[in-house]
Structure formats: structure tokens, C-alpha cells
Design a binder for this molecule. Structure first.
Ligand SMILES: *[C@@H]1O[C@H](CO)[C@@H](O)[C@H](O)[C@H]1NC(C)=O
Ligand SMILES: *[C@@H]1O[C@H](CO)[C@@H](O)[C@H](O)[C@H]1NC(C)=O
Ligand SMILES: *[C@@H]1O[C@H](CO)[C@@H](O)[C@H](O)[C@H]1NC(C)=O
Ligand SMILES: *[C@@H]1O[C@H](CO)[C@@H](O)[C@H](O)[C@H]1NC(C)=O
Length: 369
């Protein structure tokens, strides 16, 4: 089968893409190198990874602008330590998008970067909450901290780790949690790229054995303070038991410009879909990069109890941009699967990180419509 679990592995693909706008189905041509066969070259070459990349280009004779995908399982720096991880890179021309995940801290996606600038919060010590995590919703099912099998960081458990599998054929990786015994639950995230859209695709899963249950998927991405977070305004907004956020409603969009000077607060909100895709979006800019998540819109009433599709948490020195999927009844052995597409771009020409900015709004709408 396609799953490979070696101590180190580097695979380079030259991806033949359809023309722009061809949608999400693209033809991918995989060129897979046997590390052993390159031993001789490695002896003469200081940088075997780069050599393989060059050989892939040369052997395929592709134009230099053809997008390429690189997947590498290796030790990576996480805060002040080095831990087992995986790096997925999508390169096209002078654009390099890189997603890094690790097996500890709940299979944390710890960075998502464009030309070496990450949009996600990365703290200096390994025992701090940062990056992007996944939780089963509603929160009322577990309170605080989250179940340690699924997100062990708040419990300061750094021995628990996710199982990492690499797929050569699909140029993707998957991280699978240990079992949360209370509900016989495992969660998973499979990360791949869509080279034709220059995006990353995350397929989340909630798998429940034994008694089944009713659950919703929930993605929590932490970003540094002082950014602008926004989404299309739906019919409902509240702050639960938290202080409300200072929001602006302009052009059918709710804008949260975080200042990092107030106490913490929260927003729960519904949103509206874009047409014709039926997708909704949640976007964030730090003034340099624009981060956009697209996901299936949740009709009113399908959210988990006490939750809504969108949540923004102001943690004062960071912000959480979060969205959830449908609250679904699972029979024993059934799974929930839920897809989120991530884009990372430079600020569009003329756009400014100010509530109401039309260029910002239009370019996000364009990605998810
Ligand atoms: C990448 O190249 C395009 C033109 O091909 C240019 O407009 C853009 O500024 C470049 N970006 C970087 C980060 O060099
Ligand atoms: C990326 O940035 C980091 C610091 O943020 C730096 O240490 C590293 O050398 C950079 N890598 C590249 C390839 O530019
Ligand atoms: C990393 O930082 C934590 C505290 O945040 C500390 O307990 C640990 O010893 C440090 N590890 C290393 C290898 O420096
Ligand atoms: C947990 O689920 C597995 C199947 O996924 C099942 O074999 C097992 O009996 C379940 N355990 C409990 C305690 O329900």
C-alpha cells in the first residue's frame, strides 16, 4: 500500500497541473526516488535533497514554473526542543508554501508559511499552546482541559504522540491520535495540496468505536496578536459567558481588529455561504500575509450545542480563529470527515489591513466562491 513509515524519507513530485481555474481535480504525476540508489551522488554532493529536486526537474523537462510538491519526514525544531515531524512543501516559481506538523502536542500544525514567513503563532517553549489544533465539539462534552489523547498540550503531557503516516501516491501525510478512552474516539488529520489552486487541503476525521455518539469537528488556528480577522456576517452572534469582542460590521462582513490591550473575550457567530461554491470562509491578515480558510457552510441549527460555526477568541497575546462543522450522530464504528482548504497569499496589491477594506474582502471571496 501507499503508506510509508521509515525513519526518514524525502519524496519529490513534479506536478502536472491543469490550467488555472480547472478546479480541484488535477493530474498529479509522481516521481519517487529510492534513497538507496542515490548513495553515490550523495557522497559527491553536500545537499542530496536539492540534488533530487534538480534531477526531478531535469528528468521531466518541465518548465521551471511547474508546481512541485515535496514531502519530508524528519526531526524538526518545536520551541526549544527537536521532535519528530513532517514538512509538506508546495513550490511554484518564486512562491514556496510550507506546512510543518509534529507528532506531539496533538499532531500540531505548527507553521504554515509563504516564502518562509508563517502566519501561525509559534511560541518559544515547547510546553506552550500555539499552532493549529483540532478538537471534538461541543466543548461542554469535556470542559477544560481538552482530552489529553487528542490535545495533550494544556495538560502538559508531552509523552503522548500521534501516529504519522506518509502517502507517496497521494503526496500527503496523516496524523492519527491515540484513543480517547472516555468515548473510544480517535481523531485524524490528512494534509495534502491542491497544486492547481496553490492551496493546502486538510481532511479531518472523528472516529468513534463502541457506543457511537454525537460530535462536530472543530479547527483552532492560533495567530499572533495585532492582526485583522474577518468573515461574512450571518444571523447570530453572541459572546457566551465571555466579555464580547470589539467588532465592526461593514459591507456584510464582521471585522475584528485585535489590539492586544484589552482583557480576553470571545465571539460565537454564524456565517453565510458564497455562491456557487456553498463554501464559507474565515480570513486573517497580519498586514503582510493573507490567510484564508474555506469550508462547507453550516446551515442554521446544525451546529453543536453552545457553539456556532465561527468562533474568535482574543487571548490578549494571541488570537484563535476557529470554525466548526455539522454536529452529527455517529453509530458505533462510524466516522465524521470534514475538509478545510487553506490559502496563504501576500496582501493583494492596494489592500490594507483595515476593517471594511474592499480589496481584501473581494480577494477572499474570490478564493472560496
Ligand atoms: C514573484 O514573482 C512575481 C513575478 O513573476 C513578482 O511580481 C513577485 O513580486 C515575486 N515575489 C517575490 C516574493 O519575489
Ligand atoms: C527562514 O527564517 C528563519 C528565521 O525566521 C531563518 O532562520 C531561516 O534561515 C530562513 N530560511 C530560509 C530558507 O530563508
Ligand atoms: C524547554 O523549555 C521547557 C520550559 O518551557 C523546559 O522545561 C525544558 O527543559 C526545555 N528543554 C530544553 C531541551 O531546553
Ligand atoms: C472501541 O471501539 C472498537 C472498534 O473501533 C471496539 O472494538 C471496542 O469494543 C470499543 N471499546 C469499547 C470499550 O467500547
Amino acid at each position: 500500500m501507499a503508506w510509508v513509515r521509515s525513519a526518514w524519507l524525502l519524496v519529490t513530485w513534479v506536478v502536472a497541473t491543469c490550467s488555472a481555474g480547472a478546479g480541484s481535480s488535477h493530474a498529479a504525476l509522481a516521481t519517487i526516488f529510492d534513497p538507496g540508489s542515490l548513495a553515490a551522488e550523495e557522497n559527491m554532493e553536500n545537499n542530496p535533497e536539492e540534488l533530487k529536486l534538480l534531477q526531478a526537474r531535469a528528468s521531466r523537462g518541465h518548465a521551471q514554473s511547474a508546481p512541485e510538491v515535496k514531502l519530508e519526514q524528519r526531526e524538526i525544531a518545536s520551541g526549544n526542543v527537536t521532535v519528530p515531524g513532517v514538512v509538506l512543501e508546495l513550490v511554484s516559481g518564486n512562491l514556496s508554501m510550507v506546512l510543518e506538523a509534529i507528532t506531539i502536542k496533538g499532531g500540531l500544525i505548527q507553521s504554515f508559511s509563504l516564502n518562509n514567513r508563517s502566519i501561525l503563532l509559534k511560541r518559544p517553549y515547547v510546553d506552550q499552546m500555539d499552532g493549529c489544533v483540532f478538537w471534538p465539539s461541543p466543548q461542554s462534552a469535556w470542559g477544560w482541559p481538552p482530552p489529553s489523547a487528542i490535545d495533550p498540550t494544556p495538560s502538559k503531557d508531552f509523552d503522548t504522540s500521534y501516529d504519522l503516516r506518509l502517502s507517496e501516491l497521494k503526496h500527503s501525510f496523516e496524523l492519527v491520535s491515540p484513543v480517547w478512552k472516555d468515548h473510544n474516539m480517535t481523531v485524524s488529520k490528512k494534509v495534502s495540496v491542491d497544486a492547481s489552486r496553490m492551496s493546502f487541503i486538510i481532511d479531518y476525521g472523528i472516529h468513534v468505536g463502541g457506543a457511537g455518539g454525537k460530535w462536530a469537528p472543530w479547527e483552532i488556528a492560533r495567530v499572533p496578536p495585532s492582526g485583522l480577522t474577518f468573515f461574512k456576517t450571518g444571523s447570530e452572534q453572541n459572546s457566551g459567558s465571555w466579555p464580547p469582542l470589539l467588532l465592526q460590521h461593514i459591507g456584510g462582513v464582521t471585522w475584528f481588529l485585535q489590539k492586544g490591550d484589552a482583557s480576553s473575550g470571545k465571539l460565537f457567530a454564524s456565517t453565510v455561504p458564497s455562491t456557487p461554491s456553498g463554501l464559507s470562509w474565515l480570513a486573517h491578515t497580519d498586514g503582510v500575509l493573507l490567510f484564508v480558510k474555506c469550508f462547507r457552510h453550516l446551515p442554521d441549527g446544525m451546529h453543536a450545542p453552545g457553539e456556532l460555526q465561527i468562533e474568535i477568541y482574543d487571548g490578549v497575546d494571541y488570537v484563535e480563529m476557529e470554525q466548526q462543522g455539522a454536529h452529527e450522530e455517529l453509530l458505533p464504528g462510524e466516522s465524521i470527515t470534514w475538509t478545510v482548504e487553506w490559502f496563504l497569499r501576500e496582501m493583494p496589491p492596494g489592500a490594507v489591513a483595515t476593517p471594511g477594506d474592499k480589496i481584501l474582502m473581494d480577494s477572499v471571496e474570490d478564493m472560496c466562491k
